[in-house]
Design a protein around this ligand. Structure first.
Ligand code: PMT
Length: 460
């Protein structure tokens, strides 16, 4: 939500049956905060009325290179300069061929040629056309240029009744790519970010398991944001029903033991690790091979502790690795959060009171406090998890920049108090991003220092 706030996106629609899905895409782009203008080819207008897009985006649709009235409103050169990003969805074989061949014979191809901004192409066509060697050669030609990014089509049944690869990509993937393309600042470029998300399922028997309420939304939002910043992202995900972020390596796991194994495998390559997963603290001592029947009598379930993955990461942390934990609490939240920060040797801990409305499990929002290892506390008001992710990465990058300073060690004393949530990056206002400065300000004193005292005035 609001991942495109302040961004200008030009949506090009070309003539394929998937043109009707471009209307939904326009709506989603707008909902993400983008200002959207639409340019349609003549063939696209055979499938969808320009009025649809005008109603959705609030601007007249650009249709013709030679329309006197349109040219007087926004000429094709002005249209090429206007956006932060161009997305063409659906992109037909014909359009791709023209773009790759340097042909500009209508408004949309002229805009794309005259622009220097990133172009996201979401092809959609019959599977045989998709496989055609000229189409593939044209795509290869375009992707060789950094400016062009392709969101490949998906497998499935097509409008013509045939089945194969050629359906327009999932719209969320296209949005992810537009977010990525329109971010100027890629401050995680060349960095590997490891994120864990979701619950773990600990099996009792083949039909029952012990789990928790985590949906994975918080971890997925973090992965999406890390990718938008140019990071190579590995997302170790417990069971979930979410659409994975585009261009993120997802490692699906079920149990705490599987998550441990996956984390052990990928942690050594990670520069930043964020453990947003709600890992089971206990698992059944034994998993029955067969369904346990109720007529077998009373049943009690002996549990044993799982390995604390985050503690293990804290023990083995490299000097240039940044480690962030989450704490899901229902009472004495700051006391427990501070304790976990200290005992698990973290750089930051994100504390959420999961009994609070709009916070924690399942919901799209969160209410968090972030404690660093020098005891400073940031307190953010309720906001979408996507925005929490933006602000958390702003904070992480600020801390990492401080740690890299010439005279600064990694003992935590080098970390200066921040002045406002999300205020650590330049070009904040230009990037928009929905994260900067919108928080509730740093809490100094009111909550007390995290490592000392007793922030809640209760017995710890
Ligand atoms: O997934 P959502 O529905 O969006 O919900 C988000 C969330 C509530 C799950 C998330 O915001 C959150 O709080 N995640 C951490 C949940 C949790 O397990 O907290 P904890 O206080 O029990 O654990 C503290 C930390 O230790 C966590 O980073 C956890 O990943 C880690 N841990 C815990 C147990 C264990 N065996 N291994 C671990 O690594």
């Amino acid at each position: 939500m609001n991942m495109l706030k302040g961004k200008r996106v030009l949506l090009g629609v070309t003539g394929g049956i998937a043109a009707y899905r471009a209307a939904e895409l326009a709506r989603m782009l707008t909902r993400e905060g983008a200002e959207v203008r639409v340019a349609m080819t003549a063939a696209a207008c055979e499938f969808v009325q320009p009025l649809t897009f005008q109603a959705l985006c609030g601007h007249p649709v650009m249709l013709s290179l030679f329309d006197q009235q349109e040219e007087s409103q926004i000429g094709h050169i002005a249209a090429a300069r206007w956006p932060d990003c161009i997305v063409v969805a659906p992109a037909t074989a014909n359009f791709i061929g023209k773009a790759a061949g340097g042909i500009a014979d209508d408004l949309l191809t002229t805009i794309v040629m005259a622009s220097r901004k990133p172009v996201v192409l979401a092809p959609a066509m019959n599977w045989a056309m998709w496989q055609n060697e000229f189409v593939q050669a044209n795509l290869a030609r375009l992707t060789a240029l950094e400016r062009f990014q392709i969101v490949p089509p998906e497998e499935g049944e097509m409008a013509c009744g045939e089945t194969g690869k050629g359906r327009l990509a999932t719209l969320d993937f296209i949005i992810d790519r537009v977010v990525y393309a329109s971010r100027e600042e890629k401050d995680l470029h060349d960095e590997t970010v490891l994120i864990t998300s979701g619950p773990t399922y600990e099996d009792i028997d083949p039909v029952r398991f012990v789990a928790n309420r985590s949906s994975g939304k918080m971890g997925f939002a973090l992965a999406r944001e890390a990718r938008a910043r140019g990071g190579r992202v590995i997302l170790i995900a417990g069971p979930n029903s979410l659409i994975p972020p585009c261009d993120v390596q997802v490692v699906p796991v079920r149990t705490a033991a599987q998550m441990l194994e996956a984390v052990r495998k990928h942690a050594p390559e990670a520069n930043v690790i964020i453990k947003a997963a709600a890992v089971a603290d206990f698992r059944p001592a034994r998993t029955a091979d067969r369904k346990i029947h109720k007529d077998e009598g009373d049943f009690s379930l002996p549990l044993v502790k799982t390995v604390d993955i985050l503690s293990e990461l804290g023990q083995s942390k490299r000097h240039n690795q940044f480690l962030v934990g989450f704490a899901a609490e229902t009472h004495q939240v700051m006391t427990y959060g501070s304790q976990k920060l200290r005992e698990k040797r973290l750089d930051l801990i994100v504390v959420n009171d999961v009994s609070e409305e709009g916070a924690g499990f399942e919901v799209d929002t969160n209410v968090v406090k972030v404690i660093d290892n020098a005891g400073h506390i940031e307190q953010w008001p309720m906001m979408p998890k996507a925005k929490v992710a933006v602000m958390l990465f702003d904070l992480i990058q600020k801390h990492r920049a401080n740690q890299k300073g010439p005279d600064k060690g990694r003992d935590g004393h080098s970390v200066r108090p921040s002045h406002r949530p999300g205020g650590g990056r330049r070009r904040r206002s230009k990037r928009g991003g929905g994260g900067g400065g919108g928080g509730g300000g740093e809490s100094r004193g009111g909550e007390g220092r995290a490592n000392g005292g007793n922030p809640e005035g209760q017995p710890a």
